[in-house]
Design a protein around this ligand. Sequence first.
Ligand code: PEP
Ligand code: MN
Length: 346
Amino acid sequence: MIIVLKPGTPREILDEIVQTVTQWSLEPHVSVGSAHVVIGLIGDTRIVSESQCYGLSPFVERVMRVEKRFKRASREFHPEPTTITVRGIPLGADHPVFTIAGPCSVESEAMIIETALAVKAAGAQFLRGGAFKPRTSPYEFQGHGESALELLAAARAASGLGIITEVMDTADIDMVAAVADVLQVGARNMQNYALLKKLGQVDKPILLKRGFSSSINEWLLAAEYILAAGNPNVLLCERGIRSFDQQYTRNVLDLSAIPVLRTLTHLPIVVDPAHATGKAQFVKSMSLAAVAAGCDGLMVEVHPTPAKALSDGAQSLTPEQFQELMGAVSHLATVFERGPRTLSTV
Ligand code: PEP
Ligand code: MN
């Protein structure tokens, strides 16, 4: 159930309504927009009627039942797009398209700093790199762990880029959060509810990748776990889903998820064309398609020498290819009025 208040509703009236619905054993979720204040009611709303809600105050403009199972993630509860600000950079539908770039795994200090400086020079805002790697086979490179986090911190100091890195285990959250500006939940952990609940208590944004066999509803309900546990800063990342045909691409990039999510949620939408296609040669076209479809950010794998990468080399761009990609992305983003920041808007 949501209650929309008339523009100009006094603060005391809002407070009174919040108090009353709390007495009804419902949890109010208040979203203050530029024109309207929306109060979402969480809990068993079958116990209240629409007319009871209209009766709360003459300032109630509209009352609607929300049938969706995700609430805090929904546009009904939060009609305006969420802005998440990381290191002074605002991210979300109202802002320029941003780019996260870097290797699949942090391999050494020299390579992560070299990559950071190269992607920064090409226009990326964030550096990615895995310290803890979720590998399908236990015999594949698992990441350098804690020591790689220190290398990411060194790369941030050298480049000024914000750091995004994955956390796989609840036991590692504090360690990863001490370095990361944004914590990534990988596709394989999208429904690790113990992890999601703990990340709800972290004071850093979470990039939640879509599980490769997860529906959009399951994905938004996973985001809801983080939001419900108290962390409002979740970015969604589409990274390709499984299909019957894995001969030419690793996964199928669900481009239609972008406009669909836009209708369902206020959370920022990121697209990862590297894990979706699994091949560097397809990353550029899918990045441009994602920007054209309205994504808010891109995540791309870049490695100084992809052929020597310890993981995901086949889908990693060279710094030169990344620079070319960024030229094309900023050109297209400008057409959609989501172009790169000018100095005056930083
Ligand atoms: C990654 O970002 O390196 C990664 C492992 O991605 P995903 O969880 O989407 O497979
Ligand atoms: Mn990877």
